[in-house]
Design a protein around this ligand. Structure first.
Ligand code: NAD
Length: 337
């Protein structure tokens, strides 16, 4: 049996702990080697729970003898510094989205990773969701024909605390970024321009923090297809995640799974189960699959399924959408970067 690839986890918050859990006995060939968090207690707790070494600094984690590759799951504003450090150590990197809130920072990270020649995979997990992936496959196989329209719906069950909103970079960079990635993924075509409307319909405190909770984005792709995205921070029925691609040969769509397969009917109609509550309920299979891909990228040298360029492009679209709302106009992607 080959020795498992040992991952060093930077950041033991909400998503970091989930990754720690998946890396601890859920995937053959991967294991959690060590953890670090700027909040020592969080690292101690995660290390103890998953039987991993606890490092005293990012450097110590990256250089740790029990770490073969690094997972950057800390707050967004720390991602690029940590990527540059991991690149300097020559270690492969898994890095959560968004890469950063600033394009110049992303470019610094890309330059460091390129210079070091390390393999890097960005955490756009929805690409690995089996239903969304089948939509992409139908398009790539030509079953949908020429793509005319794409519709992406992404609605959270409840907004995050305003303290999170304040440091998130805003809804376009925090939430819609997944949908910008999905649009590129399912069409295989770059976006040329973006128009967005955004509003505050859920909680005035979100507006007071300078953000929006409800939005629509319309984008034109290089191949002429048009994508629309709608987002809400609050869907009372749960986590609503749907993708549809329509073209000259038909359409392909992914719908929400249901929490049970039960059906209730009476004289008035019927009732189905709820949809999963949030991303940890819906997307665990996708997070597992992204780790399997990471393993094959590092072990077998397969190309990264989500490159740093794939991490950069949706940031550009998010910045374009923000500008579109502020200036009430169509924004050309080339004008942003
Ligand atoms: N792919 C996804 O589905 C998904 C889901 C949620 C979050 N995320 C992304 O993951 C990242 C973390 O999000 P979260 O929800 O876990 O946030 P969080 O606030 O719960 O956790 C962030 C953790 O990073 C730690 N941290 C801060 N600076 C650090 C540093 N220099 N070194 C190490 N640790 C440090 C914090 O102490 C905290 O424990 C964000 O970039 C977020 O956008 C991705």
């Amino acid at each position: 049996m080959t020795t498992p690839l040992r991952i060093g986890l930077l950041g033991c918050g909400r998503i970091g702990v989930m990754h720690a859990d998946l890396l601890s006995g859920r995937i053959d060939g991967l294991t959690l080697g060590a953890v670090y968090d700027v909040v020592g207690e969080a690292a101690e707790r995660t290390g103890a729970r998953y039987d991993a070494a606890v490092a005293a600094s990012p450097d110590e984690l990256i250089e740790h003898p029990e770490v073969d590759a690094v997972a950057i799951c800390s707050s967004t504003d720390t991602h690029i510094d940590l990527l540059v450090q991991a690149a300097a150590a020559g270690k492969p990197v898994f890095i959560e989205k968004p890469l950063s809130l600033a394009l110049d920072q992303v470019d610094r990270g890309i330059a460091a990773a390129d210079a070091a020649g390390i393999p890097v995979q960005v955490g756009f997990n929805r690409r690995f969701d089996p239903s969304h992936r089948l939509v992409r496959d139908r398009v790539a196989d030509g079953d949908v024909g020429d793509v005319h329209l794409v519709r992406i719906t992404s609605r959270d069950p409840a907004p995050p605390p305003v303290s999170y909103i304040e440091v998130s970079g805003g809804i376009f960079l925090d939430m819609t970024i997944h949908d910008f990635d999905m649009a590129r993924f399912v069409t295989g075509s770059e976006v040329v321009d973006v128009f967005a409307h955004a509003s505050v319909r859920v909680d005035p405190a979100i507006g007071e923090a300078g953000d929006y909770d409800t939005l629509v984005v319309a984008m034109r792709h290089e191949n002429g297809a048009i994508t629309t995205i709608d987002n809400s921070r609050q869907a009372v029925y749960g986590y609503d995640q749907r993708v549809e691609v329509f073209g000259s040969g038909g359409m392909a769509a992914s719908d929400n799974p249901l929490t049970t397969t039960s059906v209730y009917r009476n004289a008035d109609g019927g009732q189905l189960s709820t949809v999963p509550y949030f991303f940890l309920d819906r997307y665990i299979p996708s997070y597992l699959a992204e780790w399997e891909s990471f393993l094959s990228m590092v072990r077998d040298g397969t190309p990264t399924p989500v490159s740093l360029a794939d991490g950069r492009a949706p940031l550009v679209l998010g910045l374009a959408a923000g500008l579109s709302v502020r200036e009430s106009r169509l924004v050309r992607v080339d004008d942003i970067g």
